[in-house]
Design a protein around this ligand. Structure first.
Ligand code: SAM
Length: 261
């Protein structure tokens, strides 16, 4: 059956078997419970279903049903659900979940947050834009470093599995891609009563990247600048430090010392 790729659903399909097998192999999903976001024409799904115990695939585009029906017939352990993944209730699954997906790029960030915030999702291998992958894995003092790099590190250990050139997809997109491998942490880096504050401190710190930490926190938390100045100096930082110079360890230290309620 011929399917016309739909741009509005971020449809860029894969077909290279070696690439697909490599993603599945390095995702360590043998006999595991897997969720795929956007099976499309089933290129990745086939390899997932051959390896995993169970695969639940969420697809928004119902016109792909005839193609995916055939796969469901072939693989008893595959179930396709025609629904927007962002609205899917994942709390119905009681087992540990591993996500593997060639992500529709227009919703990369909300998908990432959903995965990070769903407790029983343990790992994820996600094909995303290379530029987004580099931003997520950026380190302090680099141009790409941002709040999301730190929030991702807070929830997980992340690394690049591989780069993937644009011509591996059809239709060929305007950007290169990469697969990011995310392994969630078993133990939180910050005590749970301080988690919300930690996330807020990180987000506020980066609201205007060129401004100092004092400026951003002053506006975000409504704390007098003089007070923030002594807070930073007491903890070994200069008053003109910017968020981009701080590692996750620095933010963890500062949330531990935070004296404002
Ligand atoms: N997995 C296939 C592959 O690798 O060839 C297709 C990947 S394509 C980049 C993204 C897929 O996600 C498309 O099939 C698209 O229809 C689907 N999709 C887009 N938005 C979605 C959403 N909100 N929920 C579930 N699937 C979605």
């Amino acid at each position: 059956m011929n399917h016309q790729a739909k741009k509005r659903f971020g449809q860029n399909f894969l077909r290279d078997k070696n690439l697909l097998m490599k993603i599945v192999r390095e995702s360590n999903i043998a006999n595991q419970f897997v969720i795929e976001v956007g099976p499309g024409q089933g290129a990745l799904t086939t390899f997932l279903a051959s390896s995993a115990k169970k695969v639940i695939a969420y697809e928004i585009d119902e016109s792909l049903k005839p193609i995916l029906d055939e796969l469901e017939e072939k693989y008893e352990n595959l179930k396709v659900i025609y629904q927007d993944f962002l609205n899917a209730d994942l709390s119905i699954y009681k087992e540990n979940i591993h996500v593997v997906a060639n992500v529709p790029y227009y919703i990369t960030t909300p998908i990432l947050f959903k995965l990070l915030e769903t407790k029983n999702i343990k790992t994820a291998s996600l094909m995303i834009q290379k530029e987004v992958c580099d931003r997520l894995l950026a380190t302090p003092n680099s141009k790409q470093y941002n709040a999301l790099s730190i929030i991702l590190q807070y929830h997980a250990e992340a690394s690049k599995m591989m780069d993937v050139k644009r011509h591996m997809f059809y239709p060929v997109p305007n950007v290169d891609s990469a697969v990011i491998r995310i392994v969630k942490r078993n133990h939180p880096l910050v005590e749970s009563s301080k988690e919300d504050l930690f996330i807020r401190m990180v987000k506020e710190a980066f609201t205007q990247k060129r401004k100092t930490l004092i400026n951003n926190w002053h506006h975000g938390f409504d704390i007098p600048k003089e007070s923030l100045e002594s807070f930073l100096i007491e903890n070994g930082y200069t008053k003109d430090v910017r968020a981009e110079a701080l590692s996750i360890k620095d933010f963890i230290k500062l949330v531990g010392m935070w004296k404002y309620d």
